[in-house]
Design a protein around this ligand. Structure first.
Ligand code: ADP
Ligand code: MG
Length: 696
């Protein structure tokens, strides 16, 4: 027998209904049994009509007293009055088929009804109730006398029909839904069996509470959520284990005197956190295993110097380094930083851009392939096939949320099993990093370099306040400080928005006559953009009106005000990133949020920005508000959208499942051969998306 028949061969379905199911992604038995109720109704208690309460959902049984068509406000309604010993109740339909209704509600027959209690005149009534003929109800009624599942609406198919199909399918096939979690894992985490859980989710008995079911915290829900996390984490654990081959390049810290020279040349001493992370990285680089490390640190926490430490170590060991940044502005800035921090050392570096002139490009590529260049900085341009290294030993990826998993892998292929350091300034809540980056080792810099003042954040949303804001900006510029004005541009190509940004710029230029105000957006290309950025950095521009091209990484200590227009259109993490552009010098800095329209939700969000500057806290709120997909960009992150489980609400289950998965893969939980086969077989089927996404 086919253990997973396609949906149309399941009893009660057929070709017509199978199309309705398919629209919801239900194509076969397995997907049918995973088509879970969205909520549950408690219809166990039948009460006397006399004691129904308005505004509640109740179940009653009554005898048909009268059934008739009535006119109400010009429309026909079908009304059935039922009664029991305690009172009368009206059942009302606005849409009905007369002949069918008359036959159905013969006077004297007994009816079960469930619905919201409302009133009309002085008689309680139910509009479009769920009903059943009481005397025909056997013990196996699916819609009464039990906790009743309510499924996602399927156009053209009633809940009663879906319940019936589900019940028959489960009763017929439940035996083929075999367990795939090893007994040892289930026992350790007290999880109910698979078929029991599936059955319980559709037709729960009295052993679970309706509240638990509706909050998705029943043991059955826990089991299915556990499965979703477990198989994904299994795939990560396998991947992580596979990368643990002892074939990494060994960088010796004492290979040359370069490390000493580098540290001595730094204009500051490292913070404790930086020092600890440098230790973690040097440990990786000397371990013989290839490094796969994610370095998280809030904007301005000083990640670049840590990455450079690793780079100098690689170069000192005669290996080359690739440094990839998401924007040209950032790549240029990195090249300058690298130049100044390695002054006087034997480090030859270059910048490769998409518009690098052919002659220069040829020279750079030549020096890269013959090994003259120690370090190359670039954007996506580094991924081009012509970019070949002599021996790339370290890859650094900055602001990695701008790159996808695939690009990470592509760059890695440029070297011979190189070490990899990935950096992000978007603090990621731990639960997210356990899923999205579960195969990486993680280092965190929480401490900011000393002498930083916290940025003050102000929120405005009234037109009348604009002049006051302008006065503030003017005061700062008169003191010789610089100002960013950021205008949102959802799509770089969106001409209308660009026009709005340009208009804004014209207005500001007039308002601040006498100061140099410049505009920077994605369409300003190459040299011009570079020049403008350099002018701002050198203090020749007082106000830079920009779209979000300046969002990541840009470092100008003399800029003390960040003025964000349409702040309501930005996500929390993005606002936090932008705010991190100021407060980089010793002066008190200011972040001004201006909202043009403010919903209650947006107000709450922006208020959070005013109240906290903890990037990790902000990231958690962002995750709660926008969900992981929006926050990371699902496609880029390589993370599946779990069907039932949520990495926001089900943190405990996630942690448990992750521990379990890693214990299984690393042999901490002992499994016999058949357990293992069962697991791996299932990992390929059920978790195939997860598996293919992360390339197991
Ligand atoms: P991010 O982590 O956002 O990439 P950067 O690496 O750009 O941060 O560093 C931000 C600024 O802090 C830079 O100007 C850098 O020179 C400075 N900085 C980094 N580490 C220290 C330190 N230990 N003490 C003082 N300043 C530091
Ligand atoms: Mg940076």
């Amino acid at each position: 027998m086919d253990t997973n028949p396609s949906i149309q061969y399941i009893k009660g379905v057929g070709p017509g209904r199978s199309r309705l199911f398919e629209r919801k992604g239900v194509t076969d038995l397995v997907s049918l049994v995973h088509f879970f109720p969205v909520r549950y109704e408690d219809r166990r208690r039948i009460i006397g009509i006399g004691s129904v309460r308005y505004g509640r959902k109740e179940v009653v049984v009554g005898e048909v007293y009268r059934a008739s068509i009535k006119k109400a406000r010009g429309r026909s309604i079908f009304e059935v009055i039922i009664r029991d010993d305690t009172g009368y109740l009206a059942l009302v339909w606005f849409h009905f088929e007369y002949a069918y209704m008359v036959k159905r509600f013969r006077s004297g027959s007994r009816i079960l009804a469930y619905g919201d209690i409302g009133s009309f005149g002085n008689m309680p009534r139910m509009i479009h109730p769920d009903i059943e003929e009481f005397d025909r109800t056997g013990d196996d009624t699916l819609s009464f006398g039990r906790i009743v599942p309510v499924y996602p609406a399927l156009e053209g198919m009633s809940q009663r029909i879906v319940r019936k199909i589900m019940k028959v399918a489960l009763d017929t096939h439940v035996g083929t839904l075999s367990e795939y979690l090893p007994e040892a894992v289930r026992r350790l985490y007290t999880l109910p069996g698979f078929s029991e859980s599936i059955y319980g989710l559709h037709f729960p008995g009295d052993e679970v509470s309706v509240e638990a079911l509706n909050q998705q915290t029943s043991p059955f829900h826990r089991r299915i959520k556990f499965d979703e996390f477990f198989f994904f984490e299994m795939a990560l654990a396998i991947k992580k284990r596979q990368s643990r081959h002892r074939d990494g390049i060994v960088f010796s810290p004492s290979a040359s005197g370069m490390m000493d020279a580098f540290e001595k040349g730094l204009p500051f001493s490292l913070t404790d956190d930086q020092r600890r992370v440098v230790g973690e990285i040097s440990g990786d680089l000397a371990s013989g295993y290839p490094m796969n490390r994610l370095l998280q640190g809030d904007v301005g926490s000083g990640k670049t110097v840590v990455a450079l430490y690793a780079a100098v170590l690689a170069i000192g060991n005669h290996y080359q380094v690739a440094f990839m940044a998401p924007t040209e502005i950032l790549a240029e800035q990195h090249l300058r930083t690298i130049g100044s921090l390695t002054r006087g050392m034997q480090v030859r570096s270059a910048l490769l851009k998409s518009d690098t002139k052919p002659a220069e490009r040829k020279r750079i590529l030549g020096e890269l392939s013959d090994g003259t260049l120690g370090l190359i900085v670039g954007t996506h341009a580094l991924l081009q096939p012509e970019v070949r290294f002599r021996n790339c030993g370290l890859i650094v990826i900055d602001e990695q949320h701008r790159f996808g998993v695939v690009q990470r892998m592509e760059l890695k292929k440029k070297g011979n099993n190189p070490h990899m350091l990935i950096m992000t300034a978007t603090p990621i809540p731990r639960t997210l990093s356990m899923t999205a980056y579960g195969d990486l080792d993680i280092s965190i810099i929480r401490q900011m370099p000393p002498h930083r003042k916290q940025v003050r954040t102000l929120l405005f949303y009234r037109k009348a306040q604009r002049q006051g804001i302008y006065d503030l900006l003017r005061q700062e510029m008169q003191k010789g400080r610089q100002v960013y004005v950021v205008y949102p541009l959802i799509e770089e190509s969106d001409a209308i928005e660009l026009l709005a940004a340009t208009k804004m710029y014209e207005e500001l230029k007039r308002e601040f006559y006498g100061f140099r105000v410049e505009l920077l957006h994605g369409k300003v290309r190459g040299e011009e953009r570079e020049q403008r950025m350099a002018d701002f950095k050198e203090g020749r521009i007082s106000m830079l009106v920009a779209t979000t091209v300046i969002e990541v990484g840009v470092d100008v200590p003399n800029a003390t005000v960040m003025f964000i227009e349409h702040a309501e259109r930005f996500g929390l993490s993005q606002l936090h990133q932008l705010r991190g552009r100021v407060g980089r010098g010793a002066e008190q800095s200011l972040c001004i949020l201006y909202a043009h329209s403010l919903t209650a939700e947006a107000h709450k969000r922006l208020d959070a920005m005013v109240r906290t500057s903890d990037g990790f806290r902000i990231a958690e709120m962002d995750l709660e508000i926008r969900g992981p997909g929006e926050m990371l960009g699902i496609k880029q992150s390589g993370m599946p959208d779990f069907r039932m489980a949520s990495i926001v609400r089900d943190i405990d289950i996630l942690k448990t499942a992750r521990d379990a998965a890693f214990d299984v893969v690393n042999g901490v939980v002992a499994l016999d051969r058949s357990d293992k086969l069962m697991l791996y077989h299932h990992l390929r089927g059920y978790g195939s998306r997860a598996v293919s996404l992360i390339g197991v």
